[in-house]
Design a protein around this ligand. Sequence first.
Ligand code: CA
Length: 396
Amino acid sequence: MVTRRTVLRTTSMLALTMSTASAEPAESFDHFLIRLRADAAARGVTAATFDAALGGVTPDPAVMAAMRREPEYGKPMPAYLASLVSPTRIAAGQRKLAQWADTLRAVQHRFGVEPAILVSIWGIESGFGEAPGGWDVFRSLATLAAARFQHPLFRNELLSALVILQQGKIPRGQLVGSWAGAMGQPQFLPSSYLRYAVDFDGDGRADIWSSVPDVLASIANYLQKFGWRASLPWGFEVAVPQEFDFRSSRGSLRQWAERGFRHADGGALPDAGAAILFFPSGASGPAFLVTDNFVVIKTFNNSDAYALAVGTLSDRLRGAAPLRAAWPADDYQPSREARVALQRRLAALGFKVADFEGHLDFDLRDAIRDLQRRFGMTADGYPSRSFLQRLGVPAR
Ligand code: CA
């Protein structure tokens, strides 16, 4: 379900996968444009549109510099969450919930995604539209595509941006976004815009740059198309029963209740649905039961920390208390290099590994649980320093 095109959306995530840049040498920018023009024509882009988009455009050294910047990854979970789920953002989000209540209700009615989740993603992606980025999408994407960065991802995104311009609804000057081409208030790459952007205010164009109804409906449509289920929460913090034997990581919420799990606030679990037990920082930190909707949030940005930030922010917007359990004081989250090295080690040991880009999905966490049991460690699925050292993976 999770494709590269949909996961590589934000600047931080893009920087993570730099090592996947092609080894082929980059062609000259002029030659790149000549070949691109032919492919654009095949997608219905006229010469006039092509020239309006890319005439006189030169590679942007600032984009190359941003691409090379050290990515923020391996940041301790409490620091990451504190930066995204700040008191300022919670207060601003609650104001937005009230201000846009009617629109949010209408969007929820059509797409089945609750207001607090939509406002959380809007807030984290662009500060509720205040920081959507002002980089020229064509110049950014052409710079990355000509450098064959994550080839052919950015070349295809550039072709999609040309198709958007060809449609004639969004003016050339409005196509701005992050340094890596993520556009407007929901930070959609052009291919996501073409697939998921929605005209909700009825003016005939999906304007994710300046129409809040279009922004909220586009995020909701995206989540719905990736399988959002209206009846499920994203997940919740749980109290782990003392006698829990760490043998189970998955089950129906009814089974989790039978195993003695309760909401962290003491309440009973919902009756319907299934959930995965998730210890972002190991069994000594907060524990969560997360549902399929948590995995849907990860299609927006393939990171457990991101999905946890969206989920906990949505809870706070609804007035919930902060997390009950404390994060470990010396919380360790492995760097990208350590994650990739762990993936290679697990693959060498015969475990199925979905990618070698450092994404720790729940299958991989189950593989970690298997090994933790063999090593006589607590099977919490968390790649601690001691676990990595036990496997001979440098813990950085
Ligand atoms: Ca519109």
